[in-house]
Ligand binder design. Structure first.
Ligand SMILES: Cc1cc2nc3c(=O)[nH]c(=O)nc-3n(C[C@H](O)[C@H](O)[C@H](O)COP(=O)(O)OP(=O)(O)OC[C@H]3O[C@@H](n4cnc5c(N)ncnc54)[C@H](O)[C@@H]3O)c2cc1C
Ligand code: SF4
Length: 549
């Protein structure tokens, strides 16, 4: 095999991913000592380009990290002033009284934000402390020491052609070596996946669970705008058999963030999450806000939903998993950014103590101990049964029992034990032959759009001549197995229309991957029933260019 010569750079801590977790970790390290060397690597073209969230943010972690964030100009400009929760039917909506909700569901004191913009601001804070941030650097490989510990990562490989040859702009990338490596890739990270498997970090835990979140940003008519209003819904159009729900957050400048999450444990392979989102916008509760407005951005990203019982072991020789690489989203609150930040900060404190003792490349077990004594642990513990109860008992029974469990945990510190998730999301589809075809209304081009039109509003771009970053372990499976068995669900679950089954007259069906369209949501890696798709990073600086999602 050809030996690649690469430049090497050494740091105390190398951080993969400039989301809330990675940036909070970097800031905390530099706050502890200006002498600690820290770099953050980000595959997006700039910090924030790949960040997609709701987002209503609980500022608890930010208050700890940068107590004077207001004076420092953090873009948290919209306090939540009006908090609404509805169960939708096809035409009507039943508002749940706020007093029925456990206090942890209350959004007062939280802020409606663009998490991408919050990350851009965190990056400026980190840089002012001396953190080196390298956007456009996709980390494609984990480097190991001879003793098996993680030594660093390879980042910045560019200019490889589809056939594997080197193009004129070829760059071999760099080796970024760290005494400790923090994996902060967010949901279903490609390096995290390798590390979790290698060190068996999920052994004895429940499988991680996921949802697919799709989001549009709308500029609405001023008379329809209610700055600070946040609305959550469940029910229609998903009905009682598939889990999920929506969010609608009124931000500043007449902007409304509207999103729809489909739990990826759905069973009917004909379910088409993107089209569920589109028809949802025609509900009167939503359409009355959007009518006369315009959609300004679109994107999608998976969200971790396994919670408390799915959190893996958090450390391995030479590094840690922080944020959604481990999965700290509180599902009923649809909030994970506060926990992502806090876990980054706790890992930073553990690494700093180890560096002070002259250690390197070993296990940061103190980080896991800190997590177990933290408010993150309590945040997840109180809501641990909501997701499995919903999955097992459906919308009505599951959500009702989940609410009772949350109340018991809030009032007395205990509930109905710890429910199990059971299967991973890749194992939940029923055969197409036993499932009902779902016919979706055609998008009207005003409130609802077809997938490719919406995709244009994600500013996604990939160099065409490069190895396809959606690797099929067996290229025959989509047509030979997935098509007859599950009507090849990738055609529908991908929110960017990357996967197509092409049927031409007189020819056998053909599976096509339009890799240029990929918005890096990771759903295919999660949901493919044959677990045949492996998502790896394309060249850095590619993928979506979200302005403020
Ligand atoms: C639709 C949706 C709605 C949500 N709503 C809310 C909400 O209202 N409030 C809330 O608090 N939370 C919400 N969340 C959850 C929240 O967004 C996450 O918990 C949070 O973003 C996790 O932060 P993170 O830093 O772990 O990962 P991320 O925010 O995902 O950041 C990871 C970063 O790492 C980069 N990266 C990944 N792999 C590599 C690699 N190999 N090389 C280089 N860079 C890499 C990515 O490009 C990205 O920039 C929502 C999530 C979704 C999907
Ligand atoms: S190809 Fe996979 S990761 Fe890319 S947008 Fe489609 S489902 Fe998401």
């Amino acid at each position: 095999m050809e030996q690649v010569q690469r430049e090497t750079m050494e740091y105390d801590v190398v951080i993969v991913g400039a989301g809330p977790a990675g940036l909070a970790a970097a800031i905390r390290l530099k706050q502890l000592s200006a002498d600690v060397s820290v770099c953050v690597l980000e595959k997006g073209s700039e910090v924030g380009a790949h960040i997609l969230s709701g987002a209503v943010v609980d500022p608890i972690a930010l208050n700890e990290l940068i107590p004077d964030w207001k004076e420092k100009g953090a873009p948290l400009n919209t306090p939540v002033t009006d908090d609404r929760f509805y169960v939708l039917g096809p035409k009507g909506a039943l508002r749940m009284p706020n007093f029925l909700m456990p206090p942890l569901m209350n959004n007062h004191g939280n802020y409606a934000v663009s998490l991408g913009n919050v990350c851009r601001w965190l990056a400026t804070q980190a840089e002012s402390l001396g953190v080196e941030i390298y956007p456009g650097f996709a980390c494609s490989e984990v480097l190991y020491r001879e003793d098996g510990s993680v030594r660093g990562v390879v980042a910045g490989v560019m200019g490889i052609a589809k056939d594997g040859s080197h193009k004129p702009d070829y760059q071999p990338g760099m080796e970024l070596i760290g005494k400790y490596v923090f994996i902060a890739e967010g949901v279903r990270g490609s390096l995290a996946k390798e590390i979790i498997a290698k060190y068996k970090l999920s052994e004895g835990r429940e499988p991680q669970k996921y949802g697919l979140g799709m989001k549009e940003l709308w500029e609405v008519k001023p008379e329809n705008h209610r700055q600070g209003q946040v609305t959550h819904t469940m029910g229609w159009p998903l009905g009682v058999k598939a889990g999920g729900g929506s969010f609608m957050y009124h931000l500043e400048d007449n902007l409304v963030s509207i999103g729809f999450v489909v739990h990826l444990n759905y069973q009917n392979p004909y379910l088409y999450p993107y089209m569920e989102f589109q028809r949802f916008k025609h509900h009167p509760l939503i359409s009355q806000v959007l009518e006369g407005g315009r959609r300004v951005a679109y994107g999608a990203r998976a969200i971790t939903e396994g919670g408390f019982q799915s959190v893996p072991k958090l450390y391995f020789p030479g590094g840690v998993l922080i944020g959604c690489s481990a999965g700290f989203v509180n599902v009923p609150r649809i909030k994970g950014s506060h926990n992502a930040m806090k876990t980054g900060m706790m890992a930073a404190e553990a690494a700093f103590a180890a560096l002070n003792e002259g250690r390197a490349g070993d296990e940061l077990a103190d980080y896991e101990a800190a997590y177990e004594n933290s408010w993150v642990y309590e945040d997840l513990k109180r809501v641990k049964n909501v997701k499995p109860m919903w999955s097992k008992l459906g919308l009505v029974g599951g959500v009702a029992l989940g609410a009772v469990d949350m109340w018991l945990n809030t009032l007395f510190g205990f509930g109905f034990g710890t429910w199990r998730h059971g299967k991973p999301d890749s194992a939940t589809l029923k055969p197409a032959a036993d499932s009902k075809v779902i016919n979706y209304p055609k998008p009207d081009g005003v409130l609802s759009f077809d997938r490719l039109t919406d995709l244009a509003f994600s500013a996604t771009n990939h160099e065409e001549d490069q190895p396809v970053h959606l690797q099929l372990k067996d290229p025959g499976i989509p047509i030979a197995l997935n098509l007859p068995m599950w009507a090849e669900p990738a055609q529908r679950y991908c929110p960017a229309g990357v996967y197509e089954v092409i049927i031409e007259d007189g020819k056998s069906p053909r599976f096509q991957i339009n890799h240029q369209n990929c918005v890096h949501c990771k759903t295919c890696d999660i949901k493919d029933p044959s677990q045949n798709i492996n998502w790896i990073v394309p060249q850095g600086g590619e993928g979506p260019n979200y302005p403020n999602l």
